[in-house]
Each structure stands twice: as C-alpha cells, then as structure tokens.
Design a protein around this ligand. Structure first.
Ligand code: GLN
Length: 452
C-alpha cells in the first residue's frame, strides 16, 4: 500500500459520502495526491517523517498556510492564512497529509453544527440526526472514514460532544498542553485543540506531536514539565452523584453508564460516588465567561482587516462596521456578542463577569481536589444521544443545557476524553467521558484503551 493508494481511498470515501453529509467544506484532492507521491519517494530514500501517510482533516477554525479558513462564518469569506497553526504545522513536519477543511459551528459556537453558515453536518449513523458540534464535520469525517484523524477544537465540549454523537473517540487536552497559535479564537482561556479518531493509539500519537511549548503561545508549558506531576494515586475513580442522577439524563444512557461503572469495579477499580456543590453553577459560569471573551475576540472582524466587507454604500466607518457585522455574523454569534458585551458593561461587570471569575476559581479548586483523592472523574459525555435535526434550534437555552457534562473540564482547564459507550434503543451512539488531573493524559489514555 502506498501513500497515494491511501489518499485515493479517502478521496473516494469523500466523493461517496460528503455530498450528503457535508462534513468537508473544501477538499484538497490534487494537492493531497501530489504530497502523497512525494512522501512515497521519501519512503524509498528512507527520509519519510514519523506520520508519513497519516491523512488528516482540519476544522475550519484552524489556519493552514495559503488555504482558506472561514471559521464556519460568512464574515471570513475568502480569507486565506499566511501561516499554519502550530498544531497543524507539527503534523505537516512529520509528513501528515491534510485532505481538507471541515465544517463546524460558526466560530465554534454551538452543540450541533447547525450554526454553520455552510449548512449542518449530518450524522452518518442516522442522517435525520445531527452530528453534534461544534466540531461536527471533524467527527463525521472520522465516523464515515473520510480521513484517518481530524483535528478539532474544544471550548466547552466541541470535540467530545460530536465524538459521542458519532460513536468515535475525541480528546480535549489540558489547557496549556497544545499551542493555540493559528486557532481562530472563540474564548481564549477555554479554547483547546485536540484529535478525533477511531483508535486510542492514534489519538495518543497525534497528541504527542502537537503538544509542547511554542514561542507563539505563552500559555503552553514545555514537555519536560508535563511529566513532573505527581504519580497516580492508584485505582480510585469518582463520579458526581448529582450528574449521574440528573433529571435531564436519557434513561438508556444512565443504564449504560452504571453498567460501565460495574465493569470498572470488576476490573479492580474502586468506584466512588462524590458530591459536587457547583453543578448548577457550571453552565452559567461557562456561558458568562465565554460570551465575554467572545465579544472581545470577535471585535476584530470589522470589515477592514479580514474577509467580508459590506458592498452596500455606507455613511461612515462606523456604519460600515455595523452593516458588515450585521450581514455576515449568524444569529447565535450575534446573541453571544450581545450577551458578552452586556456582562462586561460597566454597570454589570461585577455582578456577572467578576462573580463568574470567582466561581470559576471555586469550580477549578473543587474539581482538582476531587482529582487529588481520585485518579479520574467519569460521567456520560452528553445527557442524550444525537438530537433530530432542528430539534433544539428554536430554543438556545435547551441547546446550552446539553453541554452540562462537558463544560467542567474547560472551566477547570483539565483533560477529558469521550469514548464510545454502546448505542441507545434507537441505535444512536452514546459516549462515556473520563476526566483527569492536569497533564495526566497518559493515564487517561491508558484507562480509555482498557475500556473501549
Ligand atoms: N457548545 C458549546 C458552546 O456553544 C461548546 C462549544 C465549543 O466547545 N467550541 O459554547
């Protein structure tokens, strides 16, 4: 098998399934074939990189030199980056091949991929259901075998949620493990980049290459510091009672979750129910802080520096900004800019933003405390399986509630993984989530491998 054969296989899969599923927004067919031929030559001369032949897809939120990145938005129409995201570059340096750019919710804001300006992504398991979001294209591309691995982003669950809805594996690394350079920002203190794949070993391999210090992102720490952390405390696994008993939890997910806990006990793990006093504070804290950061981050899209500018005539600069933003941002993005602007406004700053920052600290400290006593914290990844298309789009609050199980890892900056947990009575995939202490990805991946 040559690299050219592999690329041809994935291109044929894309041709067969993408017109319906809408996972890829753009496919770099001839470029990928050319690169594959080049790598086949490198194999002959013994100079091929460690990831030679690995065919990856990248979420539309990641920059790739000389290629378009639209962030699922009309406002970045025709934007091309002059450089590649560090995570992408590190895979390219090892001869990975990028096959295309994947659909997502606009600026990563969504849980179903229905907020993309380029249409929803359909779930390959059942095309009347959503893929999950915001990295919906990335999950479905792996689910339907259109690439080997995808790089997605996770601010509040955007890798894990679509992975769970599609029956694949998604990893959100510790905040500070993977450089965010070249990731189009949504909420900078929450955003992470991570892989989606079918096998734990593939995730581990990609994680190894994308991790580590980068002069372009000062929040990333060096690899040597990763392993300097405490050794694992043994075989204690905790779950939060209030979450496992949550009224929003679909009955068959609850059953599957408790079965999984039994399996852990049979493997010799101690499974411990714990209390977490901040369950009701998770979503408000997440949505106050992320909308605040988003309103600031998205102020750069003004029709001057990047992408789209209105073509209607405007009175002055301010009018041009307003018309451009009004035309090109979607409804959800506008909602979040308004919410974020509100919580940052002088009169309400202390009541919302400052308070949410304090609660974030409490959540983080409490969660880390749990992870000092127990090696892992587990839960279902989502409270239900993939929604029907359009099921939640009219009610943003219902949509936000679906993120209950995933946001804790982002609020606390911790690593988490979603692995398949069987199927519900409608044959839709369910996900099991494992969260670990900072930089404990290796232990987390070992447990994930034991359980898949
Ligand atoms: N659904 C969450 C949101 O809309 C998470 C998105 C993400 O992780 N990018 O904010």
């Amino acid at each position: 098998l040559t690299c050219v054969d592999i690329v041809k296989y994935y291109l044929s899969q894309i041709e067969a399934h993408n017109p319906k599923l809408n996972a890829f927004l753009e496919v770099y067919a001839s470029e990928a074939l050319e690169k594959a031929a080049h790598i086949d030559n490198k194999f002959q001369s013994g100079t091929a990189g460690e990831l030679a032949g690995l065919v990856i897809g990248i979420k539309d939120l990641l920059c790739y030199e000389d290629h378009h990145s639209y962030a699922g938005s009309k406002i970045l129409h025709s934007f091309k980056s002059t450089f590649s995201a560090t995570a992408v570059q590190r895979l390219l340096d090892q001869d990975a091949i990028v096959i295309g750019r994947q659909n997502c919710d606009e600026f990563g804001m969504g849980s179903t991929n229905e907020n993309s300006a380029f249409g929803p992504v359909l779930n390959f398991k059942n095309t009347t259901h959503v893929a999950g979001g915001s990295s919906g294209g990335s999950a479905v591309a792996v689910q339907a075998n259109m690439c080997h691995i995808s790089l997605g982003t996770d601010t509040g669950g955007s890798i894990r949620m679509p992975a769970a809805f599609c029956g694949v594996i998604g990893l959100k690394p510790t905040y500070g493990r993977v450089s965010r350079w070249g990731l189009i920002a949504y909420a900078s203190s929450f955003d992470t980049i991570g892989p989606i794949a079918r096998h734990v070993d593939d995730l581990a391999l990609v994680l190894r290459y994308i991790s580590g210090a980068d002069g372009q992102d000062s929040t990333v720490i060096s690899m040597s510091q990763f392993s300097a952390k405490k050794p694992s405390s043994g075989k204690r696994i905790a779950y939060i009672k209030e979450m496992a008993e949550h009224p929003s939890l679909q009955a068959d997910i609850k059953i599957a979750f408790f079965e999984k806990l039994e399996r852990l006990k049979n493997k010799g793990y101690e499974v411990i129910p714990v209390d977490f006093p901040f369950v009701d504070a998770l979503l408000p804290t997440y949505y106050i802080l992320t909308t605040a950061e988003a309103s600031s981050n998205l102020s750069r899209f003004d029709g001057v520096k990047f992408g789209h500018r209105t073509s209607v005539s405007t009175k002055d600069l301010l009018d041009m900004y307003k018309k451009t933003r009004d035309e090109a941002f979607g409804e959800e993005v506008k909602r979040r800019i308004m919410l974020g602007t509100f919580v940052l406004s002088a009169d309400y700053y202390d009541a919302y933003y400052t308070k949410a920052q304090k609660v974030r600290r409490l959540i983080k400290e409490f969660t880390q405390g749990l992870l000092e006593e127990n090696e892992f914290l587990v839960s279902p990844t989502t409270s239900s399986t993939a929604y029907r298309l359009g099921e939640k789009t009219l009610d943003p609050l219902q949509m936000y509630l679906g993120d209950l199980f995933t946001v804790q890892a982002n609020v606390a900056g911790l690593p988490a993984i979603s692995i398949p947990m069987g199927e519900d009575t409608q044959s839709l995939p369910m996900g099991f989530q494992i969260m670990a202490d900072v930089f404990q990805e290796e232990a987390m991946l070992i447990l994930a491998k034991e359980l898949v």
